[in-house]
Design a binder for this molecule. Structure first.
Ligand SMILES: NC(=O)C[C@H]([NH3+])C(=O)NS(=O)(=O)OC[C@H]1O[C@@H](n2cnc3c(N)ncnc32)[C@H](O)[C@@H]1O
Ligand SMILES: [Mg+2]
Length: 430
């Protein structure tokens, strides 16, 4: 059984104890009779010293020949040494080159981002992307934990759709046998159908948006944490969202403080994030933007700049509610005064929209009218409209972009670094 580097650094092995470790070479420096190698595994890095006399001449030659990203398996004795990174080093007693890595193409700093994206299949093993993926692992686990602790059922809605949920402009069309179909923009409409049996449901699925915009927060394929709750109104959902987001942030910061700090973000902030979050209406937001010198007209949706400006007024995620009906999706409940009962949750410091949600329109006539007004054919939504015909109940739901949340927690510049293989308008390979 291979010892993990984190366990060695944590003192789980006593000095002089011989262990076996597998890992990859981070750096190698040789002076002929002694070789200093830093290796990593998925849990950390440690220095290995290979000395003439401690190992066979062949093994000393092997150690001397190691280069970046060679995979090795070694026997070694643990040694406490305050000068070694992490306070421990391994004194090698035998070393095997498992996989060479001749001329590994990613070395040093300052690589062109597009080159790193072309080499994404190798770059995913980098310290930065590994740290972000560990944070994402904790985010997804914490989300599932919260849902399970709060009596939600995880469900598996379809990804192949016969109609849009978020408008036709961002649909990916696919050939489905002899028919036209689309990749899911959101599982919402199917989650709504599932609340009549399970009441509270959630799904974590890939959503697809044919976004033509090149921004730091849009992907063409992203992971979508969505939930739907029977009997719940919008403002009760805000209370629930505060609890969910705080839980995810607290648990992730607890588990991944080291990774979050290594990325330049502040784990303490996320460890201490607690409700309540600030809440303003769309009308309040327009007023704030006008006071800040923005000339946005009532009725316009908020873009990146407006969201950034609004978020600068708060140090917690900001709920903005009751947007104009005309700029929002057909399924959002009419609030009167040309507004809908929706919410966007905006991350602080310009991280933008992280959650979109609403109470759902349950009036059949209104819903059909909204579909028509948005150029949709209600007959393609006949199944969805049946949900309003048979035992309808007030209900609300939301969608949270997992990558948007991870980008905020990690302080990542570009959303593409929060997913192993980003898909955007200009990136399909590898
Ligand atoms: N169940 C629901 O009520 C969800 C609803 N049907 C929906 O899809 N809303 S949303 O379009 O605002 O998208 C929801 C979230 O999905 C994220 N999102 C939305 N679009 C993207 C893109 N292109 N890339 C990355 N993340 C994206 C972002 O965090 C949004 O707040
Ligand atoms: Mg949205």
């Amino acid at each position: 059984m291979l010892a993990k580097i984190k366990d060695i650094l944590s003192g789980n092995y006593s000095d002089g104890e011989e262990i076996e470790v597998g890992g990859w070479v981070v750096k190698n420096r040789s002076s002929g009779k002694i070789v200093f190698t830093t290796i990593r595994d998925s849990t950390g890095e440690i220095q290995v010293t290979t000395k003439k006399g401690n190992v066979s001449d062949d093994d000393l030659m092997t150690a001397d020949s190691l280069s970046l990203e060679c995979s090795v398996r070694l026997k070694a004795k643990v040694r406490t040494d305050a000068r070694a990174p992490g306070g421990k080093e391994l004194v090698s007693t035998g070393i095997e080159l498992v996989g060479c890595a001749q001329d590994y193409p990613i070395f040093g700093e300052g690589h062109n981002p597009e080159v790193l994206l072309d080499l994404r299949h190798l770059h995913v093993r980098s310290k930065e992307l590994v740290a972000i993926m560990k944070v994402k692992d904790s985010v997804l686990n914490a989300a599932r934990e919260w849902f399970r602790n709060n009596s939600f059922y995880e469900v598996t809605p379809p990804i192949i759709m016969s109609s849009s949920c978020e408008g036709g402009s961002t649909l990916f069309e696919i050939k489905y046998f002899d028919e036209k179909a689309y990749l899911s923009q959101s599982a919402q409409l199917y989650l709504e159908s599932l609340i009549f049996g399970l009441e509270n449901v959630y799904a974590i699925t890939p959503s697809f948006r044919a976004e033509k915009s090149r921004t730091t927060r849009h992907l063409a394929e992203y992971w979508h944490i969505e939930a739907e709750m029977a009997w719940m109104g919008l403002y009760e959902m805000l209370n629930m969202l505060e609890d969910l987001v705080s839980y995810i942030c607290n648990k992730t910061a607890e588990e991944r403080a080291e990774e979050i700090r290594s990325l330049g973000s502040d784990p303490e902030y996320f460890l201490n994030l607690k409700p309540p979050f600030p809440r303003i209406t769309y009308d309040d937001a327009i007023r704030i933007l006008h006071e800040d010198g923005y000339r946005i007209q009532w009725g316009e949706d908020f873009g990146t700049h407006e969201e950034r400006q609004l978020s600068m007024h708060y140090d917690k995620p900001l709920f903005i509610t009751e947007y104009p009906l005309a700029v929002k999706a057909f399924y959002m409940k009419d609030a009167g005064n040309e507004k809908v009962l929706n919410v966007d949750m905006i991350g602080p410091k310009g991280f933008g929209e992280i959650i979109g949600g609403s109470e759902r329109e349950t009036d059949l006539g209104l819903l059909e009218g909204r579909l028509r007004k948005q150029g949709e054919d209600p007959s393609k939504y006949a199944w969805y409209l049946d949900l309003r015909r048979y035992g309808s109940v007030p209900h609300s739901g939301f969608g949270m972009g997992a990558e948007r949340l991870v980008r905020w927690i990690c302080g990542a510049e570009h959303i593409r670094d929060t997913i192993p293989y980003p898909r955007t308008i200009s990136r399909l390979y590898p």
